[in-house]
Design a protein around this ligand. Structure first.
Ligand code: ZN
Length: 973
């Protein structure tokens, strides 16, 4: 975009960015707080192998705003950003680059080549990220970042895992876990939680299992027909009644099926009769014929227990038939039932999600599990084993990274025994302050109450290798290595090169001890475990920086989106609770999501939001920050907010535009008078009620903003600043305008200057954390040469002075009366320019200043009012709309003054130019009005002479006043 199209605000922002760089403003702001109270912030690391998007601007704005605020409050706030480097997001991108998919192809490609490509890609878009973050105004020590790929970081992660193992909380289990068959790795339950989709269409299959010694079928139900070859058992609910039902099929053939009495409704026809009722427990032990003849099933340990009926509490009576198909290989409850009763696991799907052979049916062999459904159903239908096949929609989990449907898969993996420390997690969580508050005991607290064991191993390649070495002859004999030095010692090789511990090199390190050989397990660590170790990883604790770690842990403040409640916020909490019996952070702000204006998710494809660069060039980063930060949905309730360009433009105009206009007004007069503040930085004293009120409003606002910002209530902290800008511009300046026009340098004018200058500089400070560009620009303009801090960001947050409450209350009351008076005028069709007789104003108590009276009278354009103090009557105003001939002439005079002011503008005169003026009209009342009010007309229009005989002074114009002609002529005196 060319410079011509850049808005004025955007140009200011870019010049401020350049100044910050040139003057090292960020570094100075840090330096001057050294030794102050430490304010510790943890940056939630994004992946830099993908481009930043619009949604990141919210979280970036909050991070920067809070840290700038704390710095101004006197804290020492070092800032470094972090980068997430390991795990599926990176691997997935590289698989796509190489055009490979799945483990086999990666291994064919070569692990070293694959991991090198991963390493090369992790900072691919770091530059783009930094451009976005910096343009948005985020201050950070960009060169001193931490990255989860750092070898020092990994060593801290190893140490953490060994500590967890020492506390008896690491174990290897053969468990059914959520599993992505494409990525060929288990996922943790919180990753699964992130990937549920609604309205997924799946089969709903009623299938018949033939009882061995009876002419009857157990009627089962499943939504995963692909899992049927893995069937090993049937479970029924011990509390329920089951019925033998005689029914006719479509061909008129009769058969008997068994199902729960409460589920009879699922039968498609009412043409049946119940033969007998049994209790669920009476079905136990009955044998049935397997649907598929799986080759080695009979050789498995516990094969004698296959294909029998068991009872289980988890058998649902709310859906299905009450007869549960149990496949221990593909379900958590299923595996538990199998392990409790020594029923073997029959694996009929391989690790890459494909149907294996040897199930007595070859058509589906090699097929991806979900695709096999159709063929399995067809096969069973031919065998007359299908009662009904339908489709239905439900919620189903998909891989959060590659979008493949997940399956539950029994696999051996490593777990952290989180379920054993639920109480401790809840206890340490008590110390955390949440914004919004309800997440503490809601979304987060509930999640902790039900915390499950955390699967931390991944059968992948690009990640921190698990520091676990297992005895090759005894898998229960293993050691968790806690440092690189320890590994060298165990490996008996002091020269071992551990400068890069990624696979495959680390896989070659073998430990020999007491005649036994230990080899590293193949798995890498869940990248969420790594980000959960951020507090120690970024400091290489406990190997280095012990003191720094102490002052940075726990963090004073972290902030991420709502989705991180069960991700980053959670994993950090688990790790810090186990390692240090402490929360990882004291204050956590959770932000909501930005949605597009149409309520949809932000979508590149739909182009339902503007490119962020375009917003920077047009409304500017300050406007965007203020817009996002002041949205209560986004920053106060962590809800969804809609990004709406027209509201952004409104804010740009009404807040920043208004502030700019106020500043320009000040500057115009200050330049004319060459005015400078007498005591910069000290609250001025004034005898003028408007000044006193303005200062009271300012102090009120400083107090409010400070309290709210201290409590991280950002949106609520910003709203009062908007209101103050509005009051300053549309009330204080408007009412004070004339005070700046006066020619003589009197006290009142001085007081107006001092008050407006002071208010503007304090406003810059109040705005600095949230809108860092314009606030700094105006601050520099306002304070140049006054010996004040070079940048607003190097100034101290303002202290609130005394706020005069009576002053605030009285002004509010007077403004209410004025509005009542003005609407009375409007109702009577009388222009404000027409003076009216004095109204009667009733108040409950004496006004705190007589100055309010002239404000009311000027604003309503009325003669002096009568003031009545009455404790019994309500506050109110009674207008008098009677227009006398004198008042009429005064009204005409006002009209004339307005026309002359317009004429001055058209004649291109400066506001302080003196003029010669001639006003001629044939109308009597106009001429009389001119004669009667000649002095006022002259002083209002800065005329040195006023002639009522026709003269051509250079500029000439004819206007209409009350329907009659008036000739205006003027020139510069
Ligand atoms: Zn996947």
């Amino acid at each position: 975009m060319s410079d011509q199209q850049k808005s004025n605000l955007a140009a200011i922002e870019e010049s401020i960015l350049a100044l910050w760089q040139k003057e090292h403003t960020f570094e100075k702001s840090l330096k001057q707080r050294e030794g102050g109270k430490y304010f510790s912030f943890y940056d939630g690391p994004p992946f830099a192998n993908g481009l930043p998007h619009f949604g990141h601007s919210l979280v970036t704005s909050i991070k920067d705003a809070v840290l700038r605020y704390k710095t101004m409050r006197g804290y020492y706030v070092p800032r470094r950003n972090g980068w997430d480097c390991h795990g599926l997001p990176v691997e997935y991108a590289i698989e796509k680059d190489f055009g490979v998919s799945g483990k086999k192809q990666i291994l064919e490609l070569g692990l070293e080549k694959f991991n090198n490509a991963c390493r090369d890609s992790i900072f691919k878009y770091k530059g783009e990220w930094e451009i976005l973050l910096q343009r948005l105004g985020r201050w950070s020590d960009y060169d001193n970042y931490y990255a989860t790929v750092d070898n020092t970081y990994t060593e801290s992660v190893w140490w953490a895992l060994s500590q967890i193992n020492d506390k008896g909380l690491l174990y290897r289990g053969f468990k059914s876990t959520a599993y992505c068959p494409r990525c060929e790795t288990p996922l943790s339950n919180f990753e699964v939680n992130d990937g549920y989709k609604d309205n997924v269409s799946d089969p709903s299959l009623y299938v018949k299992f033939k009882l061995k010694d009876e002419e009857a079928f157990l009627l089962g139900w499943t939504t995963t027909p692909w899992s049927l070859p893995g069937n090993a058992a049937i479970a029924v609910n011990p509390e329920e009644v089951y019925v033998y039902v005689r029914l006719k099929d479509d061909d008129g053939k009769e058969e008997t099926v068994v199902l729960a009495e409460k589920r009879l409704e699922i039968l498609s026809s009412s043409d049946y009769h119940i033969e007998k009722e049994v209790k669920g427990t009476e079905l136990v032990g009955k044998e049935y014929d397997p649907l598929f003849k799986v080759d080695d099933a009979k050789n498995l340990e516990g094969a004698e227990n296959l294909y029998k009926v068991w009872t289980a509490d988890f058998v649902s009576i709310d859906d299905g038939t009450g007869v549960l198909h149990v496949a221990p290989a593909f379900g958590e409850d299923d595996l538990n039932l199998g392990q409790d009763n020594n029923v073997p696991v029959i694996k009929t799907i391989d690790a890459s999600g494909k149907v294996t052979g040897g199930i007595g049916y070859d058509e589906a062999k090699g097929m991806f599990f979900k695709k096999a459904d159709k063929y399995i159903i067809e096969h069973l239908a031919k065998l007359n084993r299908v009662y009904a096949a339908e489709t239905f929609t439900h919620t189903y989990p998909f891989c959060w990274r590659c979008d493949t449907p997940l399956m539950y898969y029994a696999i051996s993996s490593w777990f952290i025994k989180v379920s054993a420390i639920r109480e401790q997690l809840l206890k340490t969580a008590e110390e955390i302050n949440w914004v919004p508050e309800h997440i503490k005991n809601g979304r987060f607290g509930k999640w902790l109450e039900g915390a499950r064991d955390w699967s931390v191993s991944r059968n992948r390649y690009w990640g921190a290798p698990m520091p676990v070495w297992v005895n090759e002859d005894d898998e229960d004999d293993y050691m968790v290595v806690d440092s690189y030095d320890k590994l060298k010692e165990l490996a008996g090789d002091e020269t071992l090169d551990l400068s890069d511990v990624h696979r495959p090199k680390i896989d070659d390190v073998v430990i020999k001890k007491d005649g036994k050989t230990y080899r590293r397990v193949e798995e890498v660590l869940d990248c969420w475990f790594e980000s959960g170790c951020m507090s120690i990883g970024q400091q290489h604790y406990p190997f280095e920086n012990k003191e720094t770690f102490k002052s940075t842990f726990p963090a004073d403040f972290i902030i991420e989106g709502l989705d991180q409640t069960r991700l980053w916020f959670y994993v950090q909490h688990v790790v810090s609770t186990i390692l240090f019996d402490s929360p990882a952070y004291k204050n956590v702000v959770v932000n909501g999501m930005i949605m597009a204006g149409d309520g949809q998710k932000l979508s590149k494809r739909l182009k339902n939001y503007p490119p962020v660069e375009e917003v920077f060039q047009d409304e500017g980063a300050d406007s965007l920050r203020l817009f996002l930060l002041s949205s209560t949905q986004a920053t106060q309730t962590a809800d969804y907010m809609r990004f709406d360009r027209s509201s952004l433009k409104d804010l740009n105009r009404n807040v920043l535009g208004t502030l700019m206009n106020s500043y320009r007004f000040f500057k115009m007069y200050a330049d004319i008078d060459d005015w400078k503040p007498s005591k910069p930085g000290v609250e001025p004293k004034s005898t003028n009620v408007l000044d006193q009120w303005m200062l009271a409003r300012l102090n009120e606002t400083i107090e409010e903003v400070t309290t709210l910002a201290d409590n991280f209530k950002l949106a609520h902290a910003i709203q009062p600043i908007f209101a103050l800008i509005d009051d300053m511009s549309n009330w204080y300046i408007r009412r004070s305008r004339r005070r700046f026009w006066k020619t003589e340098d009197d006290t009142d004018k001085q007081q107006a200057y001092e008050t407006l200058w002071y208010t503007l500089t304090r406003l810059c400070q109040l705005l600095a954390p949230w809108a860092p560009f314009l606030s700094d620009h105006l601050w520099r303009e306002l304070t140049e040469g006054l010996g004040m801090p070079q940048s607003v960001h190097l100034s101290d947050w303002p202290e609130a002075g005394i706020k005069d409450q009576a002053m605030l209350d009285d002004m509010e009351m007077m403004r209410t009366m004025i509005n009542l008076g003005l609407s009375g005028r409007a109702d009577n069709g009388i222009k404000v320019r027409q003076p009216l007789p004095g109204p009667i104003v009733t108040t409950k108590r004496q006004l705190s200043s007589n100055g309010f009276k002239s404000i009311l009278e000027e604003e309503l354009n009325v003669k002096p009012a009568t003031y009545v103090v009455s404790a019994t009557k309500p506050n109110g105003i009674t207008m008098n709309f009677e227009i006398t001939p004198e008042l009429k002439r005064e009204g005409i005079m006002r009209e004339i003054v307005r026309h002359v002011q317009n004429a001055r503008k058209k004649a291109e005169l400066n506001v302080d130019d003196r003029i010669e003026l001639s006003l001629v009209s044939n109308d009597n009342s106009i001429s009389e009005a001119i004669k009667e009010h000649a002095d006022t007309i002259k002083s209002e229009t800065l005329a040195t002479t006023l002639s009522i005989t026709k003269k051509d002074l250079g500029y000439q114009e004819e206007v209409k006043v009350e329907g009659e002609m008036l000739e205006i002529s003027l020139k510069k005196a």
